[in-house]
Design a protein around this ligand. Structure first.
Ligand code: 5AD
Ligand code: SF4
Length: 474
């Protein structure tokens, strides 16, 4: 029998790329590829790329340069594929710029990888004749992708991403997503449920529903009825074994009352909402074509907090958008002060080719962007530290995910996605433990298990059914 071929996939960027990388791996596993941890060791290297900011896109080329060098040093030829959003945006340019690349495949075409690889092999590594596949095909790629085996699911641990929606129709003026991922498309309800049932069967306890605009989800059910995100979440929470559901990323405009009510009514829906606002200035929000103002954002935050008082917010911010004045930036700082975030991502505006903002007047110098991001991140870090510190003494259900740094330790996640270190045996991975937080540091929390599923059937302590977070009475 011939040696199995080795595959190395490296993902950059967002969670959807993590999911896509897994589906590529599953599809190629059926073709006899096994995963390896290093690029040097692989027969096929796939770089699953991100185009959202210039820095992310440039990483691909430095990685390709590194690969070329290591191939030359080892005197070995590997097949190299570039997938993801840079592939979609730059297509054949990639092969012109980096001759190591045999194959360029966009995010809507990666189900064709087996046949594209076969074609590339036939071309006998003629680097001038690389293959480019960046069409938006009529068929649904999900119908052609292989499912992960139970062993693959178990290896990936008790949490999983599931793409439920892709693409975006919002056209924020700074963003490449509507061009790289295309128009909004929602997967049908039964196909998503089928995927979640398989994952749960393989030991998955927590599912994060992902989409560029996930709260705009509107998939069809088997009866041809359109179903929104609240019903999708409810149906997923009913799947035996699934204990927690999350969704990301949302747009404030699509945060409707039914979805807000779901946060009140569904304990499995984690009390943590990532809701990008981008700016606190109405003038900049309008120039960004965000379709919401700061008042609407405050209104949503208030409504969600009224529905689920223990909810915590996270967000995305861009500083230095064209024309942003000191007053506009002060509005962003003020919004952050007023809302209070448990965590956040913030970025300097990066001009992206082909987007409307790239051609706007008032592009700002790097030093202005740097000063603003520094100030914003200092405030966000302070808020995060305060949120974490307030968790000391609280009791949470922690989903135990993986071994910790030291023997006898496991790391789990709180409802707020904080890492929590506890003492527990390996067999407890995949269980919910009831934990009282003892210590808080910048990187993680640590705590003591006081009960939970881990103890079911042991010392007579039953499976927990309380809400996932509560203040422990002294
Ligand atoms: N420059 C900087 N940040 C950007 N984002 C999207 N496009 C840009 C850009 N051109 C950020 C937004 C978005 C997150 C995924 O990336 O904050 O929510
Ligand atoms: Fe990009 Fe705006 Fe769509 Fe988010 S909502 S993916 S920022 S265009």
């Amino acid at each position: 029998m011939s040696e199995p071929r080795k595959l190395y996939v490296r993902s950059f960027g967002c969670q959807m790329n993590v999911y896509d990388a897994q589906r590529m791996t599953d599809t190629l596993a059926k073709e006899g590829y096994v995963e390896t941890d290093t690029a040097e060791d692989a027969d096929l290297v796939i770089l699953n790329t991100c185009h959202i900011r210039e820095k992310a896109a440039e990483k691909v080329y430095s990685e390709l340069g590194r690969l070329r060098k290591s191939q030359e040093e080892a005197g070995r030829r590997q097949m190299v594929a570039v997938a993801g959003c840079v592939a979609q945006a730059e297509g054949a340019e990639i092969i012109k710029r980096a001759r190591t690349v045999d194959l360029v495949v966009g995010p809507q075409s990666y189900h064709k990888l087996p046949e594209l690889i076969a074609q590339a092999e036939q071309r006998g590594h003629n680097r001038r004749a690389g293959i480019v596949e960046t069409e938006f095909p009529v068929e649904d790629k999900f119908d052609f992708l292989a499912h992960p085996t139970r062993a693959a699911i178990a290896k990936r641990g008790p949490t999983a991403f599931v793409t439920v929606q892709e693409g975006c129709d919002k056209f924020c003026t700074f963003c490449v997503v509507p061009y790289t991922r295309g128009a909004e498309v929602s997967r049908p309800l039964d196909k998503i449920l089928d995927e979640v049932i398989r994952l749960a069967d393989g030991g998955v306890r927590e599912v994060t529903l992902i989409g560029q605009n996930v709260n705009a989800y509107h998939g069809l059910d088997v009866a041809g009825r359109t179903v929104g995100l609240p019903e999708l979440v409810r149906r997923i929470a009913e799947v035996p074994g699934i204990a927690r559901v999350r969704y990301t990323t949302s747009h404030p405009r699509d945060m409707d009352d039914e979805l807000i009510a779901a946060h009140r009514d569904m304990p499995a829906l984690m009390p943590y909402l990532h809701l990008p606002v981008q700016s606190g200035s109405n003038r900049i929000l309008a120039a960004m074509n965000r379709k919401h103002d700061r008042e609407l954002f405050f209104e949503i935050v208030d409504k969600v907090r009224a529905a689920r008082p223990d909810i915590a917010f996270s967000s995305d911010f861009i500083v230095g958008f064209p024309g942003e004045t000191d007053e506009d930036f002060a509005d962003t700082m003020d919004l952050v002060e007023r809302v209070g975030f448990a965590s956040a991502f913030s970025f300097k505006y990066s001009s992206r080719p082909g987007t409307p903002a790239a051609g706007m007047d008032g592009q700002l110098p790097e030093d202005v962007k740097s000063a603003r991001i520094y100030a914003l991140q200092a405030l966000l870090d302070k808020q995060k530290a305060a949120f974490d510190a307030a968790c000391r003494g609280r009791r949470f259900d922690i989903l135990l995910e993986k071994p910790g740094r030291f023997p006898g330790q496991l790391i789990g996640r709180s409802p707020y996605l904080q890492s929590v270190v506890v003492e527990a045996p390996r067999e407890a991975i995949g269980r919910l433990a009831s934990v009282v937080v003892r210590e808080v540091s910048t990187k993680s929390l640590s705590g003591d298990i006081i009960g939970g599923e881990f103890f079911a059937g042991d010392a007579g302590v039953g499976v927990h059914s309380v809400r996932q977070s509560e203040k422990v009475e002294a």
